[in-house]
Design a protein around this ligand. Structure first.
Ligand code: PMP
Length: 300
């Protein structure tokens, strides 16, 4: 999705004008992907702009930083306040928030010895990531295993793997890629988790190669209320292709129906009923229309 500018970007504690928010070409993260980031969604609600599950995103940012021995110079509380202030200052309603902590300028070698760390936050207006139902393909690229990455983290360098799979899919005319893990089990999409619907229940593929997404976690919780059983277990590609319904989910993606895999129609080739029911409930919650989940919202 194209970038919609906002007024300020927060850089190491300062509100910097959009045009002036720049980094040096020798920034370590540009060369080696030595950065960690989050994608967070804010929504327009009746009580003003609300940020969805902010604290848990900040927790994950720190876990990611820890994985690459990065010392974040601000506390969780300071970042939380900075995000709220930035969203407010930029007058964001439906928005996307991207905190990114990175190894900066100081050493051209791979090992970030004596390299200072920086952190920035971007908050921009944001519409829908996908506005159509998705046709996906099984990628030739496999997701990182725990032997080559750290489970549960969002480290920039790892996204080269997502870019490979996305280009492969787009070049072949698909909307999105699907990736398996090294053991041939379904892992996830390049930036989203996947769910199957089979006989009225949900199956959440289990893979230590997939990011345990916050949207995925939210959906598993919401399904309890909807009386939909959720099974978290390993899934092979063949089972995925025989699902009644499929959908991708993620902070940016929200809930996106998948209507075909490798050209094979899923269900009747249209967005499924249960998928749409979950999507509706999810949107209701993020928009602040469900009292039970108001605790998931941080009002700015
Ligand atoms: N997998 C990957 C690789 C991702 O980048 C994302 C987006 N953060 C997801 C899954 C979905 O995670 P979340 O629901 O926390 O956004």
């Amino acid at each position: 999705m194209a970038i919609k500018k906002s007024k300020f970007i927060w850089m190491d504690g300062k509100f910097v004008k959009w045009e002036e928010a720049k980094v040096h070409i020798l920034t370590h993260a540009i060369h080696y992907g030595s950065a960690v980031f989050e994608g967070i969604h804010s929504y327009k609600t009746e009580k003003g702009t609300a940020i969805f599950r902010l604290d848990i995103h900040i927790d994950r940012l720190f876990r990611s930083a820890n994985a690459i021995s990065m010392n974040v110079k601000f506390t969780k509380k300071q970042l939380r306040e900075a995000i709220k202030k930035l969203v407010k200052t930029n007058k964001i309603q439906d928005g996307y928030i991207r905190p990114i902590a990175y190894y900066g300028y100081g050493n051209i070698g791979v090992f970030p010895k004596d390299v200072p760390t920086n952190i920035s936050i971007i908050a921009i207006p944001w519409g829908h990531y996908y506005s159509k139902d998705l046709s996906i393909m099984n990628s030739r690229y496999r997701r990182h295993s725990e032997k080559s990455a750290v489970y549960g983290t969002k480290i920039s360098g790892n996204y080269a793997n997502s870019i490979l799979a996305m280009y492969e899919a787009r070049k072949k005319g698909y909307d999105e890629a699907l990736m398996l893990d090294l053991n041939d089990y379904v892992s996830e999409g390049p930036a989203e988790n996947i769910f199957l619907v089979k006989n009225g229940s949900l199956i959440a593929p289990e893979s230590r190669s997939a990011l345990p997404g916050i949207t995925r976690d939210s959906i598993i919780k919401i399904c309890k209320d909807l009386g939909i059983k959720v099974y978290v277990r390993k899934v092979k590609l063949k089972e995925l292709k025989n699902a009644n319904e499929l959908f991708y989910c993620g902070t940016a993606t929200e809930v996106a129906p998948i209507i075909s895999v490798d050209g094979k129609k899923i269900g009747d080739g249209k967005a499924g009923k249960i998928t749409l029911m979950i999507k509706e409930r999810y949107i209701d919650i993020v928009r602040g229309n469900n009292k039970k989940y108001i605790k998931w919202l941080t009002f700015v």
